[in-house]
Every structure is written in structure tokens, then in C-alpha cells.
Design a protein around this ligand. Structure first.
Ligand code: C2E
Ligand code: CA
Ligand code: CA
Ligand code: CA
Length: 278
């Protein structure tokens, strides 16, 4: 080490190594957490604005790390993608979601559940084939499943993404475009991808009732989506004013803290029981 003392790159190289080491150890811990069933899958309800009922949920993965506390999926999903673990993690979320769908259906609530599909999985033929097999073996109707994909899924291989999504959609699974409005070439993807639903990103939704510009964008997105035969979900609905505005604008579904935080399968069951009694 002494002979390296004068090397100007030493400190920098060391910190990159430390960073890589940190990521590798976190990746190992992620493997263990998946194997031990320590990742938690929560479900956030989506409210049908016309029926005023919860008709579907979105599965969102959680990692309560033993030492580090709760880690955001925005942190460990990219790590899993980079480390080649995203297929296993997605199947883990899929399996928990299927269990929950069976549980809710057995209690008399045949609702729909969405899972998030990382961009790179959409164009991974082996993954998509395995997913189709799992759906067929799940005992759940494909119509009870939605796959949420982002625009970046289509960015590097639009034709490949469109073909892969069309194949799985032919089974009856629905496809939703997530975080709509935040990506690039949005309009061309809308035309090319086989879609059923469009989720307007919360950065537009949150101020739609108070900001003229956002109001115009959200309202015209809803109208355009309807013209294309798509259902529209508004995400990040945090208050009643926002919800009322969306209802008036003809939005189909709403999701956000004002309706419910992401919560356990059991808590969703209680919400569904409650709404049935009401
Ligand atoms: P997303 O798919 O856009 O999910 C919505 C995020 O917004 C979730 O964050 C949710 O908890 C949060 N959210 C919901 N309602 C509100 C609200 O009213 N206000 C605000 N401020 N936030 C709200 P979360 O759970 O931290 O997930 C972050 C992202 O991580 C997700 O964004 C998704 O891209 C990714 N992710 C989560 N679970 C999975 C998964 O199983 N697979 C993959 N590939 N990605 C996942
Ligand atoms: Ca999503
Ligand atoms: Ca989203
Ligand atoms: Ca997001």
C-alpha cells in the first residue's frame, strides 16, 4: 500500500471499489431476503370513479432490511436489474400476488391485480415465456392480471416489446402504461404498443385541480386515451379536491394515499368486506 501513496487515482479507485462492494453485499442480502421470504408485497387499491368501488390493486414490493431499515424499491429494484436478479424478484412478487388474488376471491371478492414489469424483462423472451407458463398454472384467470410497463420498456426495441406484450396480452392479461407523461416519444409508443390502460404520472395529477397547465394536460390525456379505447388511471391522488376534479374530468380510476396507502393482503380484504357491507 505504501508504494501507492503517491498515486492520484488511489482514493478514487478505492471509493469505486467500496461502492461496488457495498452493492455486491446488498445483492447477496437481497438473494437471502428473497429465499427467506423476507420481502413484503403490499397492495395499493385503485378506485373505480364511476362505481365508487375498489376494483383492483397494484402490487408494490417492500424490503425491511435488518440493519438498514426500510429500503425503497427505487433503490433495490435498479440494483436487482443490474445484478441479474429482477426476474426472480418479479416471480416472487407474482407468486405473492397470485396468493392474494386466491384469498380475496375465496372471500367473495374477484378483483384484479397489477404487477410492475421492469423494462428489460419485457424484451427478455425466456422471462416472458416463463411468465406465461406461471399464469397458466396459477389457477387465476389471466383477466385478473395487469402488467404495468414503463415507456422505457419500448425505448431500445419497440418492435420486440410490442410483439412480446401482444403475445402475453393474447392470453387475456391486460397491459398498462405506467408513469405516463414522464418518458420520451410517448405518442409513438401509444400507437405501437398493445395497451389497455394508461396511468398518468402523479407529477401531473397532483396539481391538476389547482394548476391550469396541468389541468389541460391531464384532461386532454384522458380524452385522447378514451379515443384510443384505453382506461385511464390517475396515480398519486392525495386529497379529495384532486379526486373530485378527476371524477369531473372523466377519469376512470384513481390510486393514491387519499384512497389508501399500499397495505397488506389482509387489510385489503377488510376494505373489500367493508365496501360490500356498505
Ligand atoms: P410506481 O410503479 O410508479 O408505483 C407508485 C409509487 O407511488 C409507489 O411507490 C407508491 O407507494 C407511491 N404512491 C402511491 N400513492 C401515492 C400518493 O398518493 N402520493 C405519493 N407521493 N406517492 C404515492 P413505491 O412503492 O416506493 O414504489 C416505487 C417504484 O418502485 C414503483 O413506482 C415501481 O416503479 C417500482 N416498484 C415497486 N414494486 C415493484 C416490483 O415489484 N417490480 C418492479 N419492477 N418495480 C417495482
Ligand atoms: Ca406501477
Ligand atoms: Ca407509476
Ligand atoms: Ca414511478
Amino acid at each position: 500500500a505504501a508504494e501507492e501513496a503517491g498515486d492520484p487515482w488511489r482514493f478514487h479507485a478505492g471509493s469505486v471499489e467500496a461502492e461496488v462492494e457495498r452493492e455486491l453485499s446488498l445483492l447477496g442480502e437481497l438473494d437471502e431476503a428473497v429465499a427467506a421470504g423476507e420481502l413484503e408485497v403490499l397492495f395499493q387499491p385503485k378506485l373505480d370513479l364511476r362505481a365508487d368501488r375498489i376494483v383492483s390493486v397494484e402490487a408494490l414490493v417492500r424490503w425491511r432490511h435488518r440493519e438498514r431499515g426500510p429500503l425503497s424499491p427505487d433503490l433495490f429494484i435498479p440494483l436487482a436489474e443490474k445484478g441479474g436478479r429482477i426476474d426472480g424478484l418479479t416471480f416472487y412478487v407474482f407468486d405473492r400476488t397470485i396468493e392474494a388474488l386466491h384469498r380475496w376471491a375465496a372471500a367473495g371478492h374477484p378483483i384484479v391485480a397489477a404487477i410492475n414489469l421492469s423494462a428489460r424483462l419485457v424484451t427478455a423472451p425466456d422471462f416472458m415465456a416463463a411468465l406465461a407458463d406461471r399464469i397458466a398454472a396459477s389457477g387465476v384467470a389471466p383477466e385478473a392480471l395487469i402488467l404495468e410497463v414503463t415507456e422505457s420498456a419500448a425505448m431500445h426495441d419497440p418492435a420486440g416489446a410490442a410483439a412480446a406484450l401482444a403475445a402475453i396480452r393474447a392470453l387475456g392479461v391486460r397491459i398498462s402504461m405506467d408513469d405516463y407523461g414522464t418518458g420520451q416519444s410517448t405518442l409513438s409508443y401509444l400507437k405501437r404498443l398493445p395497451l389497455d390502460e394508461l396511468k398518468i404520472d402523479r407529477s401531473f395529477v397532483q396539481h391538476a385541480h389547482s394548476d391550469r397547465g396541468d389541468a389541460v394536460l391531464v384532461r386532454s390525456t384522458i380524452d385522447m386515451a378514451h379515443e384510443l379505447g384505453l382506461k385511464v388511471v390517475a396515480e398519486g391522488v392525495e386529497d379529495e379536491a384532486c379526486l373530485a376534479w378527476l371524477r369531473a374530468a372523466g377519469c376512470d380510476l384513481a390510486q393514491g394515499y387519499h384512497i389508501s396507502r399500499p397495505t397488506s393482503a389482509g387489510a385489503v380484504l377488510e376494505l373489500l368486506d367493508q365496501q360490500q357491507r356498505a
